[in-house]
Write a protein that binds this ligand. Structure first.
Ligand SMILES: [Zn+2]
Ligand SMILES: [Zn+2]
Length: 306
């Protein structure tokens, strides 16, 4: 899904607008690039994103009142080169390889410098790799692109299950990481969730699996959390819709029945929130364990620790 930033007016994937505050998901009125540039998300209006946030039951960070916030687009060359920036960001967001190698903050910095005129505007006649290079960003793409068909095959083969933790997964993982081998054969490809894929990063396959095996009970818990959260979210969404339909049908906003239903929904939302934050704590603990163990192993290898 593409959304439009209220500041730079660029249309980009919804992931650019997602935020989180104390484990509660949020949708921002402006994109992460403008946010990184110090634009105040709270002071921008964005009716489309506000409506989306309402439907998705998440907090909207923005204002519904008229605003004096000055959009970037009015003052910069983003407006003039809108197509270029949008296409470039779209290509980046769809390249797992680029995203794995270039941190989002680093990309945003480069885009901002380009918007200020300190770096060139991405040239769409060039490949993504070359466009990144123009912005001073380096990524390796040799031999590593897995075809669309292969990706689809792998997702089907593993029924959208992460082969490491068992949660829902749709990202293609090189068992032997790209940085260590350029093995693009099916034998080296598996399916992972985004979290396992990101956390595994440069770890050798065998090393990651050994650590992950120790986490089996935690992984089982995470799967159970995920199932409960998914079920709860869809239940709550259905109840919100039913409530909205009821209001629409009878044209009344307040009635004992409706208020009771609102109360039930609120309680359900509270349960969902606390479950979500427990889940995130567990995710974080798992990530910390994996990453720390890897850092330790590397330090030992370098001889920093005996
Ligand atoms: Zn923006
Ligand atoms: Zn996973």
């Amino acid at each position: 899904m593409k959304l439009q930033c209220a500041s730079c007016l660029l249309r980009m994937a919804s992931c650019h607008f997602k935020g989180r505050l104390a484990a509660r998901p949020q949708l921002m009125s402006i994109c992460d690039i403008c946010l990184q540039a110090g634009q105040p998300a709270r002071e921008f209006t964005n009716p489309a994103i506000a409506a989306l946030a309402e439907i998705q039951l998440v907090t909207f960070v923005g204002t519904k009142a008229t605003t004096s916030a000055v959009p970037v687009a009015k003052t910069s060359r983003v407006r003039r080169y809108r197509k270029q920036y949008e296409s470039f960001l779209h290509a980046f967001d769809h390249s797992e390889l680029a995203m794995k190698q270039i941190p989002r903050q680093r990309l945003n910095q480069a885009v901002l410098a380009s918007e200020r005129g300190e770096l060139p505007v991405p040239d769409l006649t060039h490949s993504l790799n070359e466009q990144l290079a123009q912005l001073g960003l380096v990524a390796t793409f040799q031999l590593n692109e897995v075809s669309y068909l292969t990706r689809a095959q792998i997702r089907m083969k593993y029924h959208y299950r992460c082969q490491y933790c068992g949660r829902r997964g749709d990202s293609i993982d090189h068992m032997d990481p790209v940085s260590r081998s350029h093995n693009n054969t099916l034998a080296n490809l598996t399916l992972a969730c985004h979290e396992c894929n990101r956390t595994k990063g440069n770890m050798p396959y065998v090393f990651f699996c050994r650590l992950n095996a120790k986490l089996a009970p935690i992984n089982q818990q995470l799967v159970a959390y995920e199932q409960t959260l998914t079920a709860l979210k869809s239940k709550l969404q259905a109840q919100h819709q039913a409530l909205a339909a009821e209001v629409h049908l009878h044209g009344v906003i307040q009635s004992p029945g409706l208020n009771q239903q609102r109360q039930v929904n609120k309680q359900l939302q509270d349960v969902l929130d606390s479950l979500q934050s427990d889940y995130e704590v567990l995710c974080q603990q798992r990530r910390d364990y994996l990453v720390t163990s890897w850092q330790l192993a590397q330090a030992q290898q370098r001889g920093d620790i005996i």
